[in-house]
Design a protein around this ligand. Structure first.
Ligand code: 13P
Length: 250
């Protein structure tokens, strides 16, 4: 497989600057010899602190969201220009908490995806079904729609800067992980959707992460699946002791 594993920590709305600096420092020293691609995505207020700690290392800096507009009268929003200024490399978009708690729809997410790509960011586009959608047999329908709509108007050249994260909503923060086989089935399906939209070459190259209760004791089984190329880790990314074994899964 030509795809590199991509292990990312989404710190969500946790930590102060002191705590973030300590965690970043621990990750820098313990991941120095790591073989995969690494990212941490702290809150906006922590970006500058973490950026200074990881600059020049093998860990890249991610943001958890951005505004859909470049700049202007948008109280409470954060612009791609401001994120660029802080050394942010990657923006996570369409996270289930943004979709379901903050009611971001596919059109808004797509606008953000295009703006982020236009400004040279890597984008991690999150997709995934709710429990009731899974129980109603709608996993493929939901994941296909979120992928197609999220990527509308994205060129094949820009797709090279896109990573997809499959995060079944029922598995996020619940301790219920999708089985490697269930996750693999969705990953393979999403790759087929990408092949239909962008061709086989693009589909074989795109990295598809899994997210949802990834832990040290299930990471290796998930990563062993053909179409699972990395992890987007929430809770277990908040401590070096729990993230390092995932990031260095054997
Ligand atoms: P948990 O790892 O806490 O389930 O969170 C997953 C997630 O939402 C990462 O973006």
């Amino acid at each position: 497989m030509s795809r590199n594993y991509y292990m990312a920590g989404n710190w969500k709305m946790h930590m102060t600057r002191t705590e973030a600096a300590q965690l970043a420092q621990d990750l820098v020293s313990q991941l120095r010899d790591g073989k995969h691609k690494y990212l941490v995505a702290p809150s906006f207020t922590l970006l500058e602190t973490v950026s200074a700690m990881i600059e020049g290392t093998n860990i890249q800096l991610g943001a958890q969201n951005c505004a859909a507009e470049e700049q202007g009268a948008h109280t409470g929003e954060v612009s791609v220009l401001q994120l660029k200024d802080l050394g942010v490399h990657t923006i996570i978009l369409g996270h289930s908490e943004r979709r379901h708690v903050y009611k971001e729809d596919d059109a808004l997410i797509n606008k953000k995806v295009k703006l982020a790509l236009k400004h040279g960011f890597e984008v991690i586009l999150c997709i995934g079904e709710l429990l009731e959608e899974r129980e109603a047999g709608k996993v493929e329908e939901v994941c296909e729609a979120q992928t197609v709509k999220g990527l509308e108007g994205v060129s094949v050249a820009d797709l090279g800067s896109v990573v997809i994260a499959y995060e079944p909503v029922w598995a996020i923060g619940t301790g219920k992980t999708a089985t490697p086989q269930d996750a693999e089935a969705v990953h393979a399906f999403v790759r087929k959707v990408i092949a239909r939209l962008y061709g086989d070459d693009a589909a074989s190259k795109i990295v598809i992460q899994y997210g949802g209760s990834v832990k040290a004791d299930n990471a290796a089984q998930l990563m062993a699946m053909e179409n699972i190329d990395g992890a987007l880790v929430g809770g277990a990314s908040l401590k070096a002791d729990s993230f390092i074994p995932i990031a260095k899964f054997a």
